[in-house]
Write a protein that binds this ligand. Structure first.
Ligand code: GTP
Length: 367
């Protein structure tokens, strides 16, 4: 029976979670100028709420957040974690320590023998108890969730042998020997974390995992083909949010029923406006007559004028989109003002507070 077919064990016991949320999220600028990536509203709640809810649903209660960039924002929002049924702790890096450095930096907060580590920007449907089950079954030093993707050329890949042992960590190539990639979710034996060098930046992919492999440690792959998306880019961010809204990506934290759109309290949407494709309309937003919002995220307070078209876009908090404007695959920063009949396409980004005059046209450029 393969890992994907194995029934889930009982809810997890004796497992701590560490979530890495210290990255600067540069690929998602300008959205990450005001909020760290895991706090960006995704299907109506901060992205991290979806991940923490999945961790809690698996039975894990003790969670340590490794923070660095905009560290205080996390504790201000989640506090001690009680609202989510969690015992949440925060550890702040004064200088970013990279992924493995961040894991090492929380070692003195860990209590359990098995530690589940999550990149804080991955949306995934993996069966968490099954990953821990694989780890315990073979008594691994580290177990990595490896996900099968349709185009592995875009990623480094991680081959495994017949017993599921990781055999190599390979750079991106045009002809990858496997479709398995590192999914950014691991189970570590606690002692392995204590052996990571302390107090300096260390990368799991570039240093820790290759070093463990060379030293003969048991690195096990837990392979599946569940829903998986790295929300690092604007295109992936809108896709992930839309998949959550439509119920394609699993979450226990969706503020409403899955469907074509989520409209948060206090938003005003004219009856003849169309909200489709898994869009989210934030609190206090206004969407004018005849506007069409498709597969997009409107942060709180955004205003979309009559007849405007907004497809696969993120519109920042309190930004204003003029009547008849057409926006496809673009990111609009907080408080930006887009004039009437503007046309913004193909990856254009408008920085916070910038105003574009009526009729302006932008393709793939920043403003
Ligand atoms: P980009 O700048 O757009 O590449 O995003 P990022 O800074 O988030 O980097 P990346 O997507 O590679 O990070 C993967 C995960 O590790 C994310 O959840 C980050 O928050 C986290 N991370 C990256 N670097 C650090 C770090 O130095 N400290 C901590 N605590 N977390 C980190």
């Amino acid at each position: 029976m393969s890992a994907t077919q194995r029934p889930s064990p009982e809810p997890l016991r004796g497992v701590d979670a560490v979530v890495l949320v210290g990255g600067k999220g540069t690929r998602l600028r300008p959205l990450t100028l005001s909020a760290p990536k895991p706090m960006l509203p995704t299907a109506g709640v901060p992205f991290l709420t979806h991940l923490l809810s999945r961790i809690r649903a698996a039975g894990i209660t003790h969670v340590v957040l490794g923070t660095s960039y905009k560290a205080s924002v996390f504790e201000e929002h989640f506090g001690d974690g009680a609202a989510l049924g969690l015992d949440l702790e925060y550890v702040v890096e004064s200088e970013p320590l990279d992924t493995a450095g961040a894991i090492r930096n929380v070692a003195d907060r860990l209590r359990a023998d098995d530690v589940m580590v999550f990149n804080g920007d991955i949306l995934s449907g993996v069966d968490l108890p099954a990953v821990v089950g694989t780890h315990r079954e073979v008594n691994a030093d580290v177990t990595l969730h490896l996900v099968k993707v349709t185009d592995p050329r875009r990623f480094g890949c991680v081959p495994t042998d017949a017993e599921g042992r990781v055999t190599a960590f390979l750079e991106k190539t045009e002809n990858p020997p496997t479709d398995q990639i590192n999914a950014g979710c691991y189970v570590f034996r606690r002692e392995v974390i204590e052996e990571i060098p302390a107090g300096r930046p260390v990368s799991v992919e570039r240093e820790t995992f290759p070093g463990l492999l060379a030293a003969g440690a048991r690195l096990q792959g837990h392979v599946d083909a569940s829903y998986w998306l790295d929300l690092g880019t604007p295109a992936a961010f809108v896709q992930g949010s839309a998949d959550l809204v439509r119920g394609i990506a699993p979450s226990a934290a969706l503020p409403g029923e899955p469907g074509g759109a989520i409209v948060l309290d206090g938003a005003l949407v004219r009856d003849d406006a169309a909200l489709v494709g898994g869009s989210t309309v934030g609190a206090g937003c206004m969407v004018g007559s005849g506007a069409r919002i498709d597969g997009s995220v409107l942060f709180d307070g955004a205003v979309v004028g009559a007849g405007a078209v907004v497809e696969r876009c993120v519109v920042g908090a309190n930004a204003r989109i003029g009547d008849g404007a057409v926006l496809r695959d673009v990111v609009i920063g907080d408080d930006a003002v887009i004039g009437a009949r503007c046309e913004l396409l193909d990856g254009a980004r408008v920085w916070p507070g910038v105003s574009l005059p009526d009729g302006a046209v932008r393709f793939s450029t920043d403003a």
